[in-house]
Design a protein around this ligand. Structure first.
Ligand SMILES: [Zn+2]
Length: 564
């Protein structure tokens, strides 16, 4: 019966969207790969990700009348993105596009060719580019920081705050599956309420009683306990892991915690690091969603009239029952019951830390600290709360604790270049050493015999030298080849050291638009841009510069038939 109903539902669904309805940006049935408010590294997801059947080039339509308020093309982030301000005051955003509609594409190319730049950010004047409801505005793609073709679609209110399009537009998505629970965690909170508790989460076993009901082992503890849960939602017809919509917690039937993941603003989305346990995420890739509110947590997604969600376990005869309800957008829910029993416990938080080089950071103070040849400058309020962190320099590597404490502000580091001779100093840069021993370039500037960088994550940093030029190779042609039938020219570029910084290409000395896909390391030129119309012989030149200024050039000839 259930399957029968689902079939009907999908049929119904595809009938609705076999044509564009005006409310919805695509023509295919809606299946999501990402929900609103979903937990992403360093932010809450501000839109919905709509699956595009694994391919690019699907027509994207405006969801209402209005005008283009912003066109943006970046290598990372949203890639090619279009922002429309609607006449009702709301805005919509369409990101990771393959290209824009011919009307907008024409304007974009003019700007690109006049700026000689693929990337751009323009804010057309009000009503300069009018768009009507259901008008074609672009084609879905995979540009920017995207891990597969999809349309990222956002809706914003008059004040430019993100709205959940699912709430405002009532899209018929099929979701009858309750949230999946993958782990229950708890943590002892110090009585003196110092937020900088260094204890980590412990896992509590859970048993499945039914489709959406779980029970944990009895938690035997005393004092203050904070709970956390690792959970995600699934929808019918897709295996993607999506976010929850609401989380509630009760103790003996009284609500002590209520969180709505549908309401956040762009200026607070980075504070996701106060909701998801940063250390567990960075060290074990586990997203523990905290069911209590630390005093420094600035998010407005909680019902704060209920208190901070911390459970106090005091000595008495009967058992307490703590319960958690996890809701998805369709109000399917999973519930976890946690029996709690008082048990005398020694306070382990008094354990002295014997680590060397520990520094007490008071968030209200500024620090300028020297370690060997390096300097670390920490501004006020760089951390959420007072912290003890370990900093030292060893074998020319500056170790600033581990990336398990989130930062509110960047920290300035200055590393010494004295160990390099002058010719190499020019080619030096600050690299961050990742867990897997790989290193990545950190934007920096030179200052006398030091290199200075602002870092947004704790961890290990060192000075590296890159004296090797980038690599360039032709993908779909060879030197002096006739390529009259090619519509595109593709060039592979790569730099193993400091990474690619800039690229520039010309055909017969005229600048050409090369679209850069950094994830693939590919530059693409579209022959429709039609640079050369007079001669069948063409000279292509490409120049790539890496982040420390090493340059590689490629010069080659190719032939194309002149078409009338
Ligand atoms: Zn997205």
């Amino acid at each position: 019966m259930r399957y029968y109903l689902l079939t009907i539902f999908f049929l119904f669904n595809s009938i609705i969207y076999s044509q564009n309805s005006g409310d919805y940006p695509l023509e295919i049935p809606i299946i999501l790969s990402g929900t609103f408010g979903e937990l992403r590294p360093n932010h809450f997801h501000a839109g919905i990700d709509i699956k595009t059947k694994g391919s690019e080039g699907l027509k994207v339509y405006s969801i209402g009348d209005g005008y283009v308020s912003r066109i943006q093309i970046t290598h990372g982030g949203y890639g090619k993105a279009l922002y429309i301000k609607h006449d009702n005051g709301q805005s919509s955003v369409y990101a990771h596009l393959q290209k824009f509609s011919p009307k907008i594409e024409k304007i974009v190319k003019e700007i690109q060719y006049s700026n000689e730049s693929y990337t751009l950010r323009v804010y057309p004047k009000k009503n300069d580019i009018r768009i009507s409801e259901k008008e074609l505005i672009g084609f879905s793609g995979n540009t920017g920081r995207s891990f597969g073709p999809h349309l990222h679609y956002e809706l914003r209110d008059e004040m430019d705050r993100p709205l959940n399009p699912m709430t405002f537009k009532n899209y018929p998505v099929s979701d009858t599956i309750p949230p999946v629970v993958s782990g229950l965690y708890y943590k002892k909170i110090p009585e003196n309420s110092i937020s900088g508790s260094n204890s980590s989460f412990k896992k509590l076993n859970i048993k499945k009683l039914s489709d959406n009901l779980f029970i944990s082992d009895t938690l035997k503890a005393s004092g203050l306990i904070g709970f956390g849960v690792n959970s995600y939602d699934r929808m019918n017809g897709t295996w993607n892991k999506m976010g929850l919509s609401n989380i509630e917690a009760n103790i003996d039937g009284d609500k002590i915690f209520d969180m709505d993941l549908n309401s956040f603003s762009y200026d607070e989305w980075r504070h996701i690091n106060t909701f998801v346990d940063y250390a567990s995420y960075k060290n074990k890739k586990i997203k523990i969603q905290k069911l209590y509110i630390e005093e420094y947590n600035p998010l407005n997604m909680y019902d704060r009239t209920l208190g901070d969600g911390i459970v106090k376990i005091i000595k008495k005869s009967e058992l307490d029952l703590y319960s958690i309800k996890l809701f998805d957008f369709n109000k399917n829910y999973s519930e976890i019951l946690v029996p709690i029993q008082w048990k005398e416990q020694n306070d382990l938080s008094n354990k002295k830390s014997n680590l060397l080089n520990m520094i007490d950071i008071d968030t209200d103070s500024t620090y300028n600290l020297s370690f060997g040849n390096s300097v670390v400058s920490i501004e006020k309020n760089s951390f959420y709360t007072d912290k003890k962190i370990q900093i030292f320099e060893e074998k020319n590597i500056l170790n600033i604790d581990k990336d398990s404490i989130p930062l509110l502000k960047g920290i300035t580091i200055k590393l010494n270049t004295n160990r390099y001779n002058d010719s190499l100093i020019d080619k030096s840069y600050i690299a961050r050493i990742e867990e897997n021993k790989k290193s990545s370039f950190v934007s920096n500037k030179k200052e006398n015999n030091r290199i200075v960088a602002k870092i947004n994550n704790l961890g290990n940093y060192t000075v590296k030298v890159d004296s090797i030029a980038p690599e360039i190779s032709l993908i779909n042609m060879s030197e002096n080849q006739w390529i009259s039938n090619r519509s595109k020219l593709m060039i592979k570029i790569n730099d193993n050291g400091s990474g690619v910084d800039t690229y520039r290409g010309t055909i017969n000395d005229k600048w050409i638009l090369l679209e850069y896909n950094p994830m693939k390391g590919i530059l693409t030129y579209d022959f429709n841009d039609n640079i050369n119309k007079t001669d069948s012989k063409n000279i292509l030149e490409v120049e790539i510069k890496d982040n420390v200024g090493n340059i590689k050039k490629l010069k080659t000839a190719f032939y194309r038939q002149i078409k009338e």
